[in-house]
Every structure is written in C-alpha cells, then in structure tokens.
Design a protein around this ligand. Structure first.
Ligand code: ZN
Ligand code: ZN
Length: 374
C-alpha cells in the first residue's frame, strides 16, 4: 500500500496541516472540557466564524474572483479576502487558478481534482501533493492585476494565522476559555469549512442528478447544497459557470446567491450575471429527451407528448430568432417586420413568457407519458 504513495511529490506543509488539524481538534476539545469545563457560549462566535469564512470562500473566492459572476465593492473584496484566508484554503490567486483549471479540464488528466481518480483524490488527495509548476497561477493571470488579490497572495499565511488562529484564541481568552477558543472557534470551525468545501470537489461529482448537462460528472444535490452554503447545485454551475446563482430555481437552497442579491440592493455588488431563462429551459429539455427517450420513442408525433415536444421546439426556435434579429438590428442590419429595438425587446419578453408556459405543459406531458409506459 505504502509503495503506491508518491513520496517525492508530497507537499509536507499541506499534508501535515490537513492531517494534524482534525486530531488536534479532538485533543484540544478534550482538554477544554476537562480543564475548563464545556463553555457552550463558544459556539456562538464559532458558528459566526464558520459562516463568515465559508461565505468568503463561496461568495468571494468562488463566484466573485474565480468566475466573475458579479462585481463587488472593494469593501466586499477585502472582507472576503481576509476571511477567505482564515479558512486556510490558500490565496485566492492559487484557489481561483486551480478552480478555473477544474472547469476547463473537468474529468480529464489536467483537472486538479479529477473525480475519475476516485473520491479520496478529489476530496483531499490532490492537496497533499505538490503543484506542478507549469500550472502555478496559470489560469488566474487576470487576477494578478487586482491589487487587493496581489496583497492577499503576498500576505496570505500571516492573515490566515492572525485571523484564523490568533483571533479565535483571543476570543476564547475573552470568554474565559483559551483552550476552548483554539478547539472550537479555530480548529472545529476550520475542519468543518475545509471538508464542506472539499465535498463540492468530491461528492458533487458523484452524488445527485444531472438536469442540465451530461457532458461532465458534476451533479446537483440539495443535501450537499445544505452543507456547502448553496454550492451543491454543481451540475447547473458547471454548465452555466458565470451565473451568480448555483441553485437557479427560487426554492433551491443557495444562501450565497441570496446574499449576493441582497448586497446588490445596497450597492455593494452589481452586474449580477443571470443566464437567460430560455438557455436554462433548453438545457433541461435536452437532458429530458435523453432521460425519457424510451417514452419519446413509443409516442408518435400526434400524441399529447409528441405535440408538446414540437410546440416546445417551436417556442425555442421563435425566441432564438427574435434574439438574433435583435442583435442584427443593433448592428444596423435590416430585419423584416421589426420597427425598433424596443419593439423586438417586447416581442422577446412575450416569447419568453410563452416558452415558460409551453415548457410547463411539456412537463405535464412527460409525467403522464412516463406513468403510462412505466
Ligand atoms: Zn466541479
Ligand atoms: Zn466554479
């Protein structure tokens, strides 16, 4: 077993940190309980730190810096950079570069957390080996031009230690439980955020369904979304990676998207990227045709399902045509039947409304047909 371990490639700093923190958490918690007596009040700052550092990763590191899914006021950038450091997941420059490579090379050899190498590798194994030098920050060159990102990259370790370890210890001292501060606010919080983030790279490529694409292993899972601040809708995210939402439907648990949205209402975020609804419905339609190909093969074009399929294809074609006309008119080209951009905009809105209604009837037809043939 040990002969298979690539000893020369091991990153001893990462490995010792990731392997020591969980047992140290257990040991310090034991010391806290036996020497100081369990102080339940410690869980208040620990939970706050858990959410603050977790959201700094999902909202800041992931959706803001890695995907540029929205723009953020420098105050939001500084906040997420400082508390992102406190999550001990390296600088955003390194994190973002790895993550963009994951999207670009998903499931292939160059994917840093390639799930085809197994759960352990995608979850934590890839962090335990040294990075191949040719990939160092390669996918995040644009981020180097952001002075705040450059500052965080340069001082990442100091910020991590001060905010992630010393600050929780000081909180513990102030609450009369210095060991408890280290055990609960620093270590337990840190280990929790680590593994919740790691689950996105491992479980989100193994467990759940694929409503938007089968072109990669990413999956949607509400359960993982619950533990990962909304990042569990990973199939949607891999297909529409610049969208500020991961759980795109209003009821899907994605608190990160709600925070980005609320911050936009007070001017701290702007330019939120939303995938047009027709693109999302088109992706679902494509996947449903794969999933229900048995039912579709059995039903002729004259059945309820067949008719709805044709209607949906027409509704998609209609909105595509209107959008193409809109682009043509914007470029000063001639478009038949359209008077102005405002006119076309109105028609696109009506077409989108009709598409939504057609899609809902198609869903009913699918369900009915599935019951009939199953
Ligand atoms: Zn992924
Ligand atoms: Zn991503």
């Amino acid at each position: 077993m040990f002969s298979k371990i690539p000893w020369k490639r091991i990153d001893w700093r990462n490995t010792s940190f990731l392997l020591i923190t969980p047992p140290l958490m257990v040991l310090t918690t034991y010391w806290h309980v036996t020497l100081e007596g369990l102080n339940l009040w410690l869980f208040v700052p620990a939970i706050i730190m858990y959410f603050v550092t977790g959201y700094s990763i999902t909202l800041g590191y992931h959706r803001l810096f890695s995907h540029k899914a929205f723009k953020a006021h420098p105050a939001v950038q500084i906040f997420t950079l400082i508390f992102g450091s406190a999550a001990f997941q390296n600088s955003v420059l390194k994190w973002g570069s790895d993550h963009r490579r994951h999207h670009a090379q998903c499931d292939r050899e160059k994917d840093p957390y390639n799930i085809s190498k197994g759960f352990f590798w995608a979850h934590i194994g890839w962090v335990l080996v040294k990075e191949e030098p040719q990939y160092r920050n390669k996918f995040a060159k644009d981020l180097e031009n952001n002075p705040l990102v450059a500052w965080q990259h340069q001082h990442n370790l100091s910020i991590s230690i001060v905010v992630g370890l010393i600050f929780p210890t000081l909180l513990g001292i102030a609450m009369g439980s210095p060991i408890g501060g280290i055990a609960i606010i620093a270590l337990a919080r840190l280990v929790m955020v680590h593994h919740c983030t790691f689950f996105i790279n491992s479980l989100c490529h193994m467990v759940g369904n694929r409503p938007y694409t089968a072109s990669n292993s990413a999956r949607d899972s509400w359960l993982i979304a619950f533990f990962s601040f909304g990042e569990g809708y990973h199939n949607f995210h891999h297909f529409f990676q610049n969208d500020y939402r991961n759980g795109v439907r209003w009821y899907q648990y994605d608190p990160t998207k709600w925070i980005v949205y609320l911050l936009s209402k007070i001017g701290l975020t702007s330019g939120l990227i939303r995938t047009p609804e027709e693109e999302i419905l088109k992706a679902r339609f494509m996947m449903q045709q794969i999933e229900y190909k048995g039912e579709l093969a059995l039903s002729s074009p004259s059945t309820f399902l067949g008719v709805q399929k044709i209607k949906l294809e027409e509704a998609l074609k209609n909105i595509n045509k209107l959008k193409q006309d809109y682009q043509k008119l914007r470029q000063g080209l001639e478009v038949s039947g359209a008077n102005s951009l405002a006119d076309l905009n109105r028609k696109i809105k009506i077409a989108r409304h009709e598409l939504r209604a057609t899609f809902n009837v198609w869903l009913v037809a699918l369900k009915r047909s599935h019951l009939q043939y199953s």
